[in-house]
Design a binder for this molecule. Structure first.
Ligand code: 5GP
Ligand code: MG
Length: 370
């Protein structure tokens, strides 16, 4: 799994490595050393973002030079405000001086234009720009950018001086924002509501990965794995398998299927603690649950369906009405509170679970598309 980090509410993945940054800064430094031979330029660092680039660049300059700083700010969150505030002015006379503006990133160029106008009015001998990162597609100005470390796309970047709402500047490589493209559904409902059947149909239509904890445990039990042995006693009595066993198993599955377009969770989460754990697991992937779809079916109908299934399959827990009734009691007591958990996040959608497989599937598809 690649190293995804979380800053405030957003996730970021590695984009430009330390080594690449070092290489490009060396290239820029060599060029400046060459262009400014015999001159004494003043490097004007634009605070706060340029701190790391500025110091790494400075260390590699072998010409005589001086430094000064300007502080400007124009960003809020991940959007430029287009409204540049100069917070701290320059305390050096730049009249007749060769000036190099040192920026972390040039995006629309609005900030640069302000700095350019401000410095030009003080009659420098020359005025050039060095930036670690440049977003040519976003650039709306005509000032030449003389030294560029990397040309990048319009995606929001952090690290190596660049912040997201003031954090992330200390990262020693550059990260790119991770757009959340996964779609995750919990298919919810009492035993016998048709979750397994419907999951197969949703999986095929939306290309999602179906994770059925019941199927996973049955697989482990059939193969008599250590996990299977542990789970067996709980499942055959119609009780819930302990949270930590289930969560660990789900975590392993999520790690195995890293490039999934999303998941259908079937039979999980079953408790509020599992739901909280699932949020954490998904959040590490920069994702979350989109909706919980609950199939709603009355208890007597469910018992009828399960007994029928018990006749056709070898599932012990489907063959005994008292075990089935106990599963309903457990469902209502422990699992139903999840309805509130997801309702509070506006993610709960109830779907009528009576009718043909096709009719129910139609209703589920409508819920997903909405
Ligand atoms: P401008 O749009 O004026 O060229 O850029 C304004 C400022 O926005 C930059 O100096 C920088 O502080 C910030 N900025 C632009 N793009 C990004 C980005 O991808 N990540 C971060 N952290 N800041 C950016
Ligand atoms: Mg900046």
């Amino acid at each position: 799994m690649d190293k995804i980090i979380k800053l405030h509410d957003k996730s970021f993945s590695p984009f430009i490595s330390k080594e690449k940054i070092e290489n490009e800064i060396s290239r820029v430094a060599r060029q400046i050393n060459k262009d400014y031979q015999g001159k004494k330029p003043l490097l004007v660092g634009i605070l706060n973002g340029s701190i790391l680039f500025f110091s790494d660049l400075l260390k590699q300059l072998d010409i005589e030079c001086e430094v000064a700083f300007l502080r400007v700010s124009s960003y809020k969150g991940t959007e430029t405000t287009g409204n540049v505030k100069k917070v701290l002015g320059l305390d050096k006379d730049i009249n007749n001086t060769d000036v190099i503006i040192v920026e972390d990133i040039v995006d629309t160029g609005i900030t640069l234009e302000n700095i350019f106008k401000d410095l030009s009015s003080n009659n420098p001998k020359s005025l050039k720009v060095a930036t670690l990162l440049f977003k040519p597609k976003a650039y709306t100005k005509n000032y030449p950018i003389d030294y560029v470390g990397f040309e990048v796309g319009n995606e929001f970047l952090v690290g190596y001086g660049l912040d997201y709402d003031e954090i992330g500047r200390n990262l020693d490589e550059i990260y790119i924002i991770k757009e959340n493209t996964m779609h995750n559904i919990i298919l919810f409902g009492p035993p016998g509501a048709g979750k397994g059947t419907q999951s197969e149909l949703i999986q095929a239509k939306y290309n999602l990965t179906h994770l059925s904890t019941g199927d996973m445990f049955r697989f482990h039990m059939k193969n008599d794995t250590a996990l299977g042995k542990k789970a067996k006693e709980y499942m055959e009595a119609g009780n819930l398998v302990p949270d930590e066993l289930v969560i660990k198993m789900i975590e392993n599955k999520l790690d195995e299927s890293n490039n999934s377009k999303g998941y259908i969770f079937d039979g999980f989460p079953r408790t509020t603690d599992q739901a909280i754990a699932l949020d954490e697991l998904l959040s590490k992937k920069g994702s979350q649950i989109n909706s919980m779809i609950a199939l709603e079916v009355e208890e007597d109908e469910l018992v009828k369906r399960l007994l029928l299934r018990g006749q056709e399959s070898q599932r012990k827990d489907d063959q005994d009405e008292s075990i089935i009734r106990n599963r309903m009691v457990v469902y209502n007591k422990e699992t139903a509170p999840l309805k509130d958990f997801y309702s509070n996040q506006d993610k709960f959608i109830g779907v009528n679970g009576l009718g043909t497989i096709e009719e129910i599937n139609e209703r589920i598809n409508e819920a997903i598309d909405a």
